[in-house]
Design a protein around this ligand. Sequence first.
Ligand SMILES: Cc1ncc(COP(=O)(O)O)c(C=O)c1O
Length: 395
Amino acid sequence: MRYDFDQIVNRKQTASEKWDGIEKIFGAPNLHPMWVADMDFRSPQPVIEAMKQRVEHGIFGYNLRPDSYYEAIIDWMATRHQWNIQRDWICYSPGVMPAISFIIAHFSEPGDSVLIQPPVYPPFSQVVTRHGRKLVTNPLRYTNGRYQIDFDDLERKLDSGVKILLLCSPHNPVGRVWTQEELTQLGQMCRERNVLVVADEIHADLVYHQSSHTPFSAVSEELAQHSIVCTSPTKTFNLAGIQTANIIIPNPQLREKFKAAVDDHFVQFSNTFGMVATESAYRNGAEWLDQCLTYVEQNLHFLTAYREKQIPEIKVIQPEGTYLVWMDWRDLGMDAKALKSFMLEQAKVALLTGDTFGLEGEGFMRLNLATPRALLQEGLQRIEKAINVYRAGKG
Ligand SMILES: Cc1ncc(COP(=O)(O)O)c(C=O)c1O
């Protein structure tokens, strides 16, 4: 079926964090939301139908995940990522961040070092410090408009004694889809030093046409034994509210430890809708996803052309994956505070300012492309108008 991603669905008064939470969170009225990482698109129709059917049954007791649930995940990983996983490797978690939190708590001790690569998804630093672990950063290097891993710095940091590396792959917010070579190099460095790699691959399915995602534990059998890969259908199919993830762990010892952590928190039962939506999305969501990716990529072209013509001061860092775009605002010469007030008081848009992702992000902003083009245009027009006023004030 043909999906209409131009359709504007009113999300106000649906308890949406992005739309209904905006005024409270940003502290300013009438903002246009371009921030939190969910989509303004309806989920695939087969997923909606499967949930409707489940609702009609009318009983919502405890669940056991059926064989068909596991088969759907295995088939998706094989066809979408050429990644052959076994049923035993799949461990349930009520979300990717909860899984990472369990891992930090159960695979390291207070005071141990955990490494992240900023600018990166803010809960990565929070989960480390909230558990009383030491945060070690290996900032990404930004040269010639492209972000790369600083392997010299990584080696030094790993040598200082690191227990776990949190890898964001594809990377939120900079949009890199790490190559097989980069993953191999990083993996071997960690392997040699017995560092556990936890790969957050929640954005794995959201990759543009010229790129291809490599699951971390598909790089090699050896790396598979020393890593945990966090997957979920929630970003892919706009299902963040169902709070469900599947954590892939080929190594039996690591797996048992992870499952024990989930059991310790008494969260081993699937949420009914998480379970139903996961299976139907992986079984019947590919057609929707392909169309969605084409639409989002067209939004990226729209944004790139718009900024070239109207707001050349802002640079768009071309993403290889994720529906998020990282933009360099530094040519405007505003510091973090000025940028925030410009965005909230002049432009009236809610973007995430780069410093949210670590000090390295200062002067940058993150924008969400998974929205109907008319809404993207509305946000860009607001930014353009405010920049025109700013330019006039400077001149
Ligand atoms: C890299 C990354 N990991 C995890 C999450 C959140 O996952 P969950 O809702 O399953 O905890 C997000 C959401 O934006 C994300 O971008």
